[in-house]
Design a protein around this ligand. Structure first.
Ligand code: AR6
Ligand code: MG
Length: 315
């Protein structure tokens, strides 16, 4: 398999592995107890949550439509909705409304009139980096559009852009210091802009930068308390073991599955699926289907790469 093919698969399997291995540690005692009962399939595999489900929906919709079709994607999200996947309460209201035929713009404000600033738009956004858009501007636009179905708030959409952007930089093997510089581009929220600038300082700082990042950037359900932490962790553990990344992200509780899914996707983008430990991949629900989707997306990316390469070769 080409390096890029392995990296594309690394994004999808890293995301799913983060999700399924983070889910048992998510939330309060009641949530963790419930997951003990519903967290496995009949054949004993680890069930994924809304993070992977919405990522699969997005990947399949891109492949079926040959790009982003917001209406198609919204119906795909709505059809896949199941309470037992642990969707956020705002997203659940939106998806049920979409299923009843409520128009997207109206449905997106059913949970919160000002739109959701939860991390649900961000958690699926790494998939957008696996599509051969014309340029980064198009990736930015598509990140906002794909998030807007459930996340009408600008911060919900900034979160999607941050994760799509970080994943695309991972595929290019961009160094951490250059990643932080790049990530300030295109953000609408001053608070997130300031967080990214601060993250660059903390990353290069003294003491235990990773622990400081968890303290400063959070482990919660909102974009403001999760996206920068997840990207930080992926960069921090980039040359270390995937299992250590997951251990770190479960150390403080909170939205463990989504933090791990987002960080896992970016880590997988750098290191590729071949660096993911088999024992963490084997128990994932529908793993062969995830690999099938990854192969189809990878074919599109590799194709683009060879076209671009061909264009720049001397004649
Ligand atoms: N006003 C007040 N609270 C808000 C607002 C707002 N405008 N927006 C978000 N919240 P939600 P998600 C808070 O429900 O982003 C799942 O585990 C509010 O407490 O839109 O799709 C996923 O896997 C709300 O319940 O869901 C993710 O990990 C929460 O943020 C996570 O939940 C989440 O927003 C978020 O998923
Ligand atoms: Mg979650």
């Amino acid at each position: 398999m080409s390096d890029l093919g392995d990296q594309v698969k690394g994004v999808i399997l890293g995301l799913a592995a983060g999700d399924v291995h983070g889910a048992p540690f998510e939330g309060d005692f009641a949530a963790r107890t419930l997951w003990k009962f519903i967290g496995k399939t009949r054949s004993g595999e680890r069930r994924w949550t809304d993070d992977t489900q919405m990522s699969v929906d997005l990947a399949e919709s891109l492949l079926e439509c040959g790009g982003l079709d917001v209406e198609h994607l919204s119906q795909r999200f709505a059809a896949s909705y199941a309470w037992s996947r642990g969707y956020g309460p705002g997203a659940a209201k939106t998806l049920k409304a979409l299923k009843r035929g409520v128009p997207i713009k109206e449905a997106a404000r059913r949970g919160f009139p000002d739109g959701s600033w939860g991390n649900g738009g961000a958690m699926r956004a790494p998939i957008l980096a696996l599509w051969p858009w014309e340029n980064q501007r198009e990736l930015l636009r598509r990140s906002h559009e794909s998030a807007s179905i459930t996340h009408a708030h600008p911060e919900g959409q900034d979160g999607a852009w941050l994760l799509a952007h970080a994943t695309s930089l991972a595929l290019e093997h961009v160094d951490a210091s250059a990643v932080w510089l790049a990530l300030v581009e295109g953000l609408q929220s001053d608070a997130l802009h300031a967080q990214v600038i601060r993250a660059a300082e903390v990353f290069g700082g003294q003491g235990d930068p990773m622990a400081r990042a968890l303290d400063e950037f959070g482990t919660g359900m909102s974009v403001r308390t999760s996206c920068v932490t997840a990207i930080f962790a992926a960069l921090w553990f980039r040359d270390r073991a995937f299992g250590d990344l997951l251990k770190c992200l479960r150390s403080r509780g909170g939205d463990v599955d989504t933090l791990s899914a987002m960080a896992g996707a970016v880590w997988g983008g750098y290191r590729g699926a071949s660096a993911l430990p088999q024992k963490l991949l084997e128990p994932i629900e529908q793993r062969t289907h995830l690999e099938f989707i990854a192969d189809r997306l990878a074919a599109g990316m590799v194709n683009r790469q060879s076209h671009r390469g061909a264009r720049t070769e001397p004649t």
